[in-house]
Ligand binder design. Structure first.
Ligand code: FE2
Ligand code: FE2
Length: 128
C-alpha cells in the first residue's frame, strides 16, 4: 500500500490547516509503517495509533472552530464526516487490533484513502 505523499495538490489555501494536514499525514504514514512492520511491537504501534487519534481530534476541533468563525453553511455535515472517521473507521481499527488482527492492511488502507479524499474534496470546500 503506498503511503500518502503531501504535495501542493493537498493545499487548501489556509496555512495553519495545511500544516496540520502535513503533520497528520506524517503520523498516519508512521502508523501504516508500524502496522506493516512485524519487528515493531504492538505497544509501539498502539502508541502511534493514540497519537494519530489525538491529532485527528485536535485537527477536527480546529477546523470546526474555523468553520464556525466563517459561518460555513455545511459545518454540521462536515462534523458528521469527522465523526465517521473517529467513531467508525478508527473504532474498527482498534477492534481489529484488540482482536489480534494486528496486520490487517484493509482498515489501514480505508483510513488513508478517507484522509486523502477528505482533504481533497471536503476540506477544500470550506477553505475555498
Ligand atoms: Fe482536515
Ligand atoms: Fe475536515
Amino acid at each position: 500500500m503506498p503511503k500518502i505523499e503531501w504535495d501542493d495538490s493537498f493545499s487548501v489555501g489556509v496555512v495553519e490547516i495545511d500544516e496540520q494536514h502535513r503533520r497528520w499525514i506524517e503520523i498516519i504514514n508512521e502508523l501504516h509503517d508500524s502496522i506493516m512492520d512485524k519487528d515493531i511491537s504492538a505497544e509501539t504501534t498502539n502508541r502511534i495509533l493514540h497519537e494519530m487519534i489525538e491529532y485527528a481530534n485536535f485537527h477536527f476541533a480546529f477546523e470546526e472552530d474555523y468553520m464556525g468563525k466563517i459561518n460555513y453553511i455545511d459545518l454540521k455535515k462536515h462534523h458528521y464526516q469527522h465523526e465517521f472517521f473517529s467513531k467508525n473507521l478508527v473504532a474498527k481499527l482498534q477492534e481489529e487490533r484488540a482482536g489480534g488482527l494486528l496486520r490487517n492492511s484493509d482498515v489501514m488502507r480505508i483510513l488513508m484513502s478517507w484522509l486523502q479524499k477528505h482533504i481533497l474534496e471536503e476540506d477544500k470546500k470550506f477553505c475555498a
